[in-house]
Design a protein around this ligand. Sequence first.
Ligand SMILES: NC(=O)c1ccc[n+]([C@@H]2O[C@H](COP(=O)([O-])OP(=O)(O)OC[C@H]3O[C@@H](n4cnc5c(N)ncnc54)[C@H](OP(=O)(O)O)[C@@H]3O)[C@@H](O)[C@H]2O)c1
Length: 294
Amino acid sequence: MAKRIALCCLFLVACSWCSWRSPAMALRRVLVTGGNKGIGRALCRQLAADHGFYVLLGSRDPGRGEEAVKSILEKSPECQDRLEFLPLDVASDASVKAAAETVREKFGTMYAIVNNAGVGFQNSMADTLNINTYGPKRVCDHFLPLLDPKEGRIVNTASASGPNYNAGAPAAEREMLTNPDVTWEELSATMEKVSKDPGGRQPYGFSKACLIAYTMMLAREKPELKINAMTPGYILTDITRGMGATKPPEEGTKAAIYCLTGDLKGNGWYYGSDALRSPIDRYRAPGDPPYEGP
Ligand SMILES: NC(=O)c1ccc[n+]([C@@H]2O[C@H](COP(=O)([O-])OP(=O)(O)OC[C@H]3O[C@@H](n4cnc5c(N)ncnc54)[C@H](OP(=O)(O)O)[C@@H]3O)[C@@H](O)[C@H]2O)c1
């Protein structure tokens, strides 16, 4: 009898270990970078509270990260077992590598990454590119091996400033940034050159246009994953404070949630804040017909 009970216990422990590490569980585990405030924080809460995800809330500052988790749990205590802080500075290769290692050791695999962390309009070209474009690339480089190889998704938070930038860019640059066959060599060479001499370019729009191009490139290289870019819309956060935005962060999550949970028809696309596909060489207003081109 004692032997039978011991065998049963062993079986139950093995089952719970397997389900903890299994791809099925990994289907719902998602990292949100820059999750400590603004749209990222709203997204973390909604993903954990309303969509059943296990959320890793990335923050470069431990105090701000822990505080964000606490404030989400005060509002949504039901998220207690599916929300945790992950130290992650997207500007630091060492930090991103360490974060990926932590996730690998603790969970093994995960379902998705939302590259949300970003800076706005007050930074130099080099700093803006380092966070808004090289940042998501660093995260993808280190976290891609952890993603579920068949179901994994990546959502890159771009901005309408990206397509707007492309609309007014010099012809050769626009052609490169909107070319479905764009390569990392082309992109990084241009970013390096522009970092040193911005030549009148607006850093934020340029960084987001490059992020959209990177998204297209990565989706082409990893067709088995769902990799897309989107804009949250014009949302009142620290990035836009004093610029006339009025919508709360909670209203800036629709496109990201669609890219994470929707039945996506394409890959490497850019979605507007209404979660409809948008062109990448010009602005499409929310509510306008979706882009149907190549
Ligand atoms: N608000 C809008 O209207 C709008 C429109 C289009 C696109 N977006 C994009 O939406 C994303 C979120 O922006 P938001 O409006 O929510 O602005 P926000 O409130 O300023 O949030 C930005 C987040 O990014 C984090 N971050 C910045 N640099 C980081 C780094 N090196 N490593 C890790 N995290 C870093 C910030 O962390 P700290 O607290 O440590 O600074 C913060 O958590 C950005 O990518 C932004 O470009 C926003």
